[in-house]
Design a protein around this ligand. Structure first.
Ligand code: CA
Length: 464
């Protein structure tokens, strides 16, 4: 029976890894209408079998409030935009001259009401408040109630946590006291206000928080404060929301700075979770990307699993579908499946112009190709394709403090410009995705042609 089940599950996950059913962190995610998803600083709510994704609409490339968007999905991959959940109101704390960030929604069973909390601020972030709005349906539109300083103190980056006790006690998680102290404060029974402080992590300088409960233990995930720039996000655990909390530990290798992202929401799923982060792009906020990775607990502590292309396999066919994931062998016990790709080392390609080989132990194969762009190119021949669209991940190092980019041209086709965020060091490797169509059989791909600026050092590509 187990063997039959495993075969069925394997079959299911094979089908599930179709192109439109994968999560590609860092790619431009589009909704079911083909528009870029605008839901930054995400909050997720599950009602029945539907996931609701609330976030900041930054399509106007400004930090100022435009809308809290609402998207729905049954599979966490295909998202449909609904009506805006919260819209600006002139001469209030949610006007178009104000800040409304990190919307989070929970359901209040007692009042049969959806309650949204968000970071509510003035344009210079000086007001440091939380805002509350309510609705009778998940996407609302929500009716704005008020903005205030919880227990009279600052609140900037915030999140919500709803416990699984009979009262469904909820908590506000927030950066307080000029972002110096991190606080967890209990909400009242209506979820309209805060009542008492449960925990304070003093001088912790934490923000962008999320809490997951697993096997009776609470896990707090948060970043430190470095503005829009990424930093190594941390986790803490405690057996009570009142603490004591364990000392901080990394959720990903420290040098990669959480793969250039900041925590927004952490969604429990099966025995693991999904880390949902933002890759902020302050000069073009609407082009900030979503970085979602499996948050794997199999080692006993939450660890981000770097996967260029992966899928969440929700188990179907139950009367009340629950987010228990289909397992794929051989990763038995995992709640996700990552695609495996074919690697092509950049240094195995043909160098052109001023491109040179760079050596360092951090590079795959010990080498990368540097001085790409500005006359330098590298051509990878014999890249195998199947005549379809493929995701290709470019592994690169960019030690600048600013983003670079690189042109990609397949079989002498038009150039695609791929952004390469700074990696935090010349020998720190990150990957960025690009989707291209490859011929069946061998393909030739040129990197760095036709650009006057320097691209990042190219270590390797992985074709999915
Ligand atoms: Ca290499």
């Amino acid at each position: 029976m187990l063997r039959l089940l495993s075969s069925l599950l394997l079959l299911f996950t094979t089908c599930a890894s179709a192109q439109n059913n994968v999560i590609v962190p860092g790619a431009t995610w589009t909704d079911t209408s083909g528009n870029a998803i605008q839901a930054h600083g995400a909050g997720i709510l599950k009602v029945g079998s539907t996931f609701y994704w609330f976030g900041e609409d930054k399509s106007h490339n400004s930090a100022l409030f435009k809308a809290v968007s609402c998207y729905t999905s049954s599979d966490l991959v295909n998202w449909s935009r609904q009506n805006d959940a919260l819209s600006p109101i002139a001469n209030t704390m949610i006007s178009t001259s104000n800040i409304v960030e990190r919307p989070k929604v929970i359901f209040n069973q007692k009042n049969s009401e959806y309650v949204m909390w968000f970071h509510s601020d003035s344009s210079n972030y000086g007001a440091a408040m939380v805002g509350v709005a309510t609705a009778k349906s998940p996407c609302g539109p929500y009716t704005y109630k008020s903005s205030f300083k919880p227990l009279g103190a600052d609140s900037r980056d915030e999140g919500l946590f709803q416990d699984d006790d009979s009262a469904q006690t909820a908590y506000l998680l927030y950066a307080s006291d000029n972002n110096q102290n991190f606080k967890i404060t209990k909400l009242d029974a209506n979820y309209y206000n805060v009542t008492t402080l449960a925990s304070q992590l003093s001088a912790s300088t934490l923000e962008s928080p999320g809490v997951i409960k697993r096997n009776g233990k609470y896990y707090l995930i948060a970043s430190h404060t470095s503005g829009w720039a990424p930093n190594p996000n941390k986790w803490f655990s405690a057996t009570s929301l009142s603490g004591p909390w364990s000392s901080q530990a990394d959720i990903a290798p420290e040098p990669v700075r959480t793969y250039f992202s900041q925590n927004a929401y952490d969604l429990p799923l099966g025995s693991n979770a999904i880390y949902m982060g933002d890759r902020w792009r302050p000069d073009l906020l609407g082009s900030s990307r979503y970085i979602w990775y499996p948050l794997d607990f199999s080692s006993g502590s939450p660890t981000l699993v770097h996967a260029d292309v992966w899928s969440v396999n929700l188990q179907a066919g139950k009367p009340q579908p629950v987010p228990v994931l289909v397992l794929q062998l051989p990763g038995f016990g995992r709640t996700y499946s990552a695609a495996s790709g074919t690697t092509y080392e950049a240094e195995s390609g043909t160098l052109g112009g001023s491109a040179t080989l760079a050596s360092d132990s951090s590079f795959s194969g010990g080498r990368a190709v540097g001085y790409l762009g500005h006359g330098g190119t590298v051509t990878l021949n014999n890249v195998q394709g199947n005549g379809q669209k493929h995701w290709i991940s470019l592994y690169y190092a960019n030690g600048d403090s600013t983003w670079r980019n690189v042109t990609v041209s397949v079989n002498n086709g038009p150039s695609i410009l791929v952004d390469q965020p700074d990696t935090g060091g010349g020998h720190v490797i990150l990957s960025v995705p690009v989707q291209v169509t490859l011929n069946n059989g061998a393909n030739s791909i040129v990197f760095g042609a036709g650009q006057t600026n320097y691209a990042a050092d190219l270590d390797k590509i992985v074709v999915y």
